[in-house]
Design a protein around this ligand. Sequence first.
Ligand SMILES: [Zn+2]
Length: 265
Amino acid sequence: MRKIEDIMAVVESLAPPQLAADWDNPGLLLGDMTADCRRVMVALDLTCPVLEQAAAHDCQLILTHHPFIFTGQKRVLAGGYEGDLIMALARQGIAAAAAHTNWDNAQDGINWALAETLGLQNITPILDPNYTATEILLLAGQLPKPLLGQALLNLVCQKLDLPVVRAAGCQPNKIYHKLAVVGGAGLDLWPQAQAAGCDALLSADGKHHIGLQAAHNGFTVIDGTHFATEIIGIKRLGAKLAKALPDLEVLYAEVGDSWQFYSCS
Ligand SMILES: [Zn+2]
């Protein structure tokens, strides 16, 4: 029988804690390192539906990308996101852990999963002169073949399983060769992507002024949604964990993005 600490040792060998940003909070967030663990549920975020699924499947640990406890908690009260989850986890004896920026920055981590899903070739990190190990890892690669703007957006939709995608500065008649990617909220890194010779950056959580500035500078930024750009990477961590510990059962939460697209008439 595995212990939670055995699972955390594998997670931290794949996503070394020293790669995490200073402000981050990865690792075991709630639970007992010495408790037995037969089954793990993997999800992007810890939410009530994820907890219900973990309990229904008798999981002893929930491993997410985003830490559900991110800031200091002076009180644990019912009626709030953290308080409700902390009490429900403790009541049901389910532990919670996260691999966040340490998995973003890891070799084979979130950003590599995104780059490979897009079919990029000759994938290399874009390192700026002030690069540190804890900086978000921006990756660049050649598209499988040169694509017109619309075809690039089609590729993103197809590979990330999105019904639509929003972009700023996309030029329908331009031929795109090189794409930069970073999972989650990284569109503000577009100047580094442009300086590295990329034609576009795929990330998420695009702000209005980022789109304005990128388009003004002849650069394309694509918002592939935070969920879709990262879910593939946390599933990859689950698959690596299952491979490393064959006697451990790894399940994936069946939840979608909390942000949905709605057709309106
Ligand atoms: Zn994220």
